[in-house]
Design a protein around this ligand. Structure first.
Ligand SMILES: NC(=O)c1ccc[n+]([C@@H]2O[C@H](COP(=O)([O-])OP(=O)(O)OC[C@H]3O[C@@H](n4cnc5c(N)ncnc54)[C@H](O)[C@@H]3O)[C@@H](O)[C@H]2O)c1
Length: 344
């Protein structure tokens, strides 16, 4: 355990086991160089304590890069609560968790994540002020995540094809959920031509009726297009299946869309431009972070920062080209450079 914490460079990792409420949780504060560590609380029925620890260490380090690259004055952290949310989630458990967050004195700020909601945050808020993503303030992050993804796609299209005009650009979009549906709407509004797939057939039908997109025939991965837009699950592209893609760009909201770094290598070898997930899907966290602004949540300022994802994606692609590195490495370099500059 300590080996991994040392290797990842975490500042602090705490765990708790509260007999009364059944709370078993780990909070990992990875880096607070740029500010308090912001990252959501995930509730998941992990197979083992090791699996939970691995997840929280990996995710919290990811938040450091995500927040730094998004130009937020925030560090990276994450928390996991172990257990089946349908069985363990009680008001008392969330309150006990709130006290755990409070014990870190503000070095960690939590928000919603997988299996935790805005309503859960309101309960946690009764025990600690170090919570963001509250109802009536930043609210649902999805529309702003979609706005950022749209900006990132525009930047990638510009870098690859030398134009900002999306008219006639062909995209294949996987996952018409809260983010994907909105990305699809934005792209078609600009005249792009879409092929879509979702395991929820009703979402596909609705998108076809409302936006004139085409339901995919065959695998969505294999559609002939300019941009593949993954907005469903992670681990969609591997070194083995990358060759099935018939696109020039991969850019979408899905977290951890590449199975591993070998998948990134495979895309580069096929001359497919991959826009790193944590750069392009930062609109949601930028929105949540808006609540922490000392002058209060200012939507206009937040929108400006989300639209700047266009510039961040452009900078990542430029760095990757200049240094001959893969885009995800360029993205991490951008984030690390910002952290190092702050330390200096
Ligand atoms: N919501 C946000 O603000 C946000 C922020 C950052 C990253 N993300 C990531 O973006 C992705 C989408 O998030 P969301 O909030 O829209 O989720 P969502 O649950 O609203 O939508 C996901 C959609 O994908 C569909 N889906 C699931 N498996 C599929 C498959 N195998 N093939 C095709 N479609 C499938 C679901 O039916 C659903 O419509 C996730 O990976 C999420 O982690 C979301």
């Amino acid at each position: 355990m300590f080996k991994m914490i040392e290797e990842y460079g975490h500042e602090c990792v705490i765990s708790t086991c509260d007999k009364k409420t059944g709370l078993k949780a780990i909070i990992a504060v990875h880096d607070t160089t740029l500010g308090p560590a912001l990252g959501g609380t995930r509730m998941w029925n992990y197979d083992s304590e090791d699996a939970a620890l691995y997840d929280v260490l990996r995710l919290s380090r990811g938040m450091t890069y995500k927040n730094a690259a998004a130009n937020l004055d925030l560090g990276g952290g994450k928390a996991v609560i172990m257990g089946d949310c349908k069985k363990i989630k009680t008001r008392e458990l969330l309150e006990a968790y709130g006290r755990m967050v409070e014990s870190l004195g503000g070095s960690y700020i939590t928000a919603e994540d997988v299996n935790t909601s805005v309503a859960d945050m309101a309960v946690i808020r009764t025990q600690t002020a170090h919570v963001a993503g509250m109802e009536g303030l930043s609210g649902d992050p999805s529309p702003l995540t979609a706005r950022g993804v749209y900006q990132g796609i525009r930047a990638a299209v510009h870098a690859k094809f030398g134009t900002d005009d999306l008219k006639g650009m062909r995209f294949a979009l996987q996952g018409l959920g809260k983010v994907g549906y909105d990305v699809c709407r934005r792209l078609t509004a600009d005249g792009a031509v879409g092929t879509v797939f979702d395991i929820n057939a009703a979402a596909v039908e609705r998108a076809a009726a409302e936006m004139g997109v085409h339901p995919a025939e065959g695998s969505i991965l294999e559609q002939e297009c300019d941009v593949f837009v993954p907005c469903a699950l992670g681990a969609v592209i591997s070194a083995e299946n990358a060759g099935r893609l018939k696109c020039r760009i991969v850019a979408g909201s899905a977290n951890n869309v590449l199975v591993d770094n070998a998948a990134g290598d495979a895309l580069a070898n096929l001359d497919i431009l991959y826009v790193p997930d944590f750069i392009i899907n930062a609109g949601g966290v930028i929105n949540v972070a808006g609540e922490l602004d000392k002058d209060g949540y200012d939507q206009a300022a937040v929108l400006k920062k989300v639209d700047a994802i266009y510039d961040t994606v452009s900078a990542v692609i430029k760095t990757a080209r200049t240094h001959g590195m893969l885009p995800y490495m360029a993205a991490e370099k951008l984030a690390q450079d910002r952290i190092n500059a702050h330390k200096a």
